[in-house]
Design a protein around this ligand. Structure first.
Ligand code: ZN
Ligand code: ZN
Length: 280
């Protein structure tokens, strides 16, 4: 039985065309106990184009996420009321690049209408999303070193409930480009990151999108999930990162199994930034 899906997108995200109504229908078919809508809000592009005095870096470089923020919060509130008594809809956001403006990130996190914030890092400062990089030309280890050091900075801030897909660059470096990475080098940084999260009574997510991608594994994979557990991590959300109804709940069954095998006996969802536990 699928319990929750706490990382999903709708057409408010530039990379999704899914209507929230269609996503909700699918979530009800799956009998999810909790379903979080977490559209992309990229903090490096919060303001309109004029503010940045720059041209879009490519055709997928969008500005004015402030407007999307308001649309998303309103859309989810409406849907939550419509579904009341039938399914728990969680009003969430995937807050990308909070390091672009930690002050703003922390104040957005305080928005009382929100239940849940996933903090994600999709790109390094002044670079494109890892999705767009050419790994034959880049130095993957240098990129990962920068990525994990920024993630470490984020883990110290009070601007999220869970850290999203903590090994995101591996989707492209290891998955798409097929480059072997020795993750041992980053274990200390990730352990410190997890300690910060635990100390703040926050959590991480097990993002199951990798199961249906070339990478074939979740973000993070077993070793890091065990490390988080061994350090005392208890707050774990599961999310498919679905951008269309067909992917909703994708990999969640495997994720639940993996979490159990790594020593978790419960998973979480968030309401008003408070963790609620469900037995695995
Ligand atoms: Zn993401
Ligand atoms: Zn996402």
């Amino acid at each position: 039985m699928l319990l929750t899906d706490c990382h999903t997108h709708t057409e408010i995200s530039p990379d999704s065309q899914a209507a929230l109504s269609a996503m909700c229908r699918r979530a009800q078919e799956l009998h999810l106990q909790a379903y979080a809508v977490t559209d992309h809000i990229e903090l490096c592009r919060w303001y309109s184009q004029g503010y940045y005095q720059t041209m879009p870096r490519n055709e997928e470089d969008f500005f004015d996420y402030a407007a999307r923020w308001e649309r998303s919060v309103q859309q989810n509130l409406l849907a939550r009321d419509l579904l009341a008594g039938k399914m728990q809809l969680i009003n969430g956001i995937e807050l990308g690049e909070p390091n672009a403006d930690f002050g703003l990130a922390q104040s957005l996190y305080q928005d009382k209408r929100l239940d849940f914030v996933i903090a994600s890092l999709h790109e390094l400062p002044d670079q494109l999303d890892f999705y767009f990089l050419d790994y034959q030309k880049e130095n993957p280890d240098a990129l990962l070193e920068d990525y994990f050091s920024i993630l470490l900075e984020i883990s110290r801030k009070n601007c999220f409930d869970v850290l999203g897909h903590v090994t995101y660059p591996l989707r492209y470096i290891a998955g798409e480009a097929g480059i072997k990475i020795n993750m041992q080098k980053y274990t200390d940084m990730l352990a410190e990151c997890f300690r910060n999260v635990i100390h703040q009574h926050k959590g991480i997510e097990l993002n199951t999108s990798g199961y249906r991608q070339k990478y074939g594994r979740p973000f993070p994979d077993e070793d890091l999930l065990k490390l988080y557990r061994d350090l005392g991590g208890k707050i774990l959300t599961l999310g498919s990162d679905a951008h269309q109804p067909a992917d909703l709940g994708g990999g969640i069954a495997q994720g639940q199994e993996l979490a159990r095998s790594c020593g978790f006996d419960q998973i979480c969802y968030f309401l008003h930034h408070e963790p609620h536990f469900i037995k695995l």
